[in-house]
Design a protein around this ligand. Sequence first.
Ligand code: NAD
Ligand code: UDP
Length: 337
Amino acid sequence: MNILVTGGMGYIGSHTCLALYKAGFTPIIYDNLSNSSIKVLEQLKIIANHTFEFVEGDINDRDKLEATLNDYNIKAVFHFASLKAVGKSTEQPLRYYDNNVSGTVTLLTAMQKSAVKQIIFSSSATVYGDPQYLPIDEKHPITATNPYGWTKVMVEQILNDWCLANEQNLAIALRYFNPAGAHPSGLLGESPTGIPNNLMPYISQTAVGQREFVNIFGNDYDTEDGTGVRDYIHIMDLAEGHVAAFSTHQKDSGSLVYNLGTGKGYTVLEIITAFSSSANVEINYKFAPRRAGDIASNFANASLAQEKLGWKAKLNIKAMTDDTWRWQSKYPNGLED
Ligand code: NAD
Ligand code: UDP
């Protein structure tokens, strides 16, 4: 079965293509390469011993999307394509709404025209805003604190309405907690452009000497050691969560939502310690003021996915830091070098 994977050259999409292929599906990658390298294709080929189909295109290009959906006889879409930098989204809100929201409307319009009725969407735990209770389950109210977060809330609403309008449509929004780690081969991982916003790539760049020290944003939170707590989930587990969601609901319809997390939170200091031990290097850090908009703690109640999808995260923090280190030390400057 052919599945269109928008954003399939990116961090989460590329790992999910491997999981899809392993499960017997045929991913067709559709990406405009705005935040990824064409070299991902070579890495995928080495890992899977398979040449993945790639179409260079934008999700705002309806003609190209329609042609791709028809040419490849696509049955379902895994929709990862989006811009994801929270800070940039506040500076360039229109660019974010255009890419993430208009792009999704264009994608759904093309799907409708080509009678493709199933979509798996990359949502985020950011839709829970500042948690009212922990662990967060799917019934927690949703909101947003920045334009990026609003694009996720808006797309979830659009998917809901799209399903209400046609009872055969299926939309599954997967709310990721904090994706981390890399492929265990060290051949594929996350290589953010510019200064990383996220903790794990910032630590790994510090470990290879590209950054002098990690700024720890806040050490006065109401947590075990005063630093922020997050639910880090290994990219391989996350990828498998997508396959589990699609395989379980392939014959269903309607609008569904699942948290993909481990259910356990770690502090920033715990992550730095784990990384230090994986890389066998001292990682320098300094305490800095809290980052605007940050929350103290965030972790998932992941029991719905376990109950309905039979999926549970298996890999621990050590696997995340070991695998990130393998990737970062093999490709300190990402695949472009
Ligand atoms: P990424 O930037 O590595 O991958 C996104 C891919 O989409 C890139 O390859 C990019 O070139 C492509 N893309 C962007 N706009 C496009 C467009 N208009 N047309 C075609 N391709 C386009 O990001 P990622 O970390 O793999 O994230 C994947 C999805 O998961 C995104 O929707 C993101 O918002 C969501 N998400 C990510 C995280 C995280 O921490 N990484 C957390 C929660 C949710
Ligand atoms: N963080 C930090 N220094 C950094 C980046 C992140 O101390 O350079 C902290 C941040 O305050 C939060 C945690 O690490 O407590 C995870 O941050 P990230 O941006 O990776 O994820 P998010 O905040 O979106 O959950």
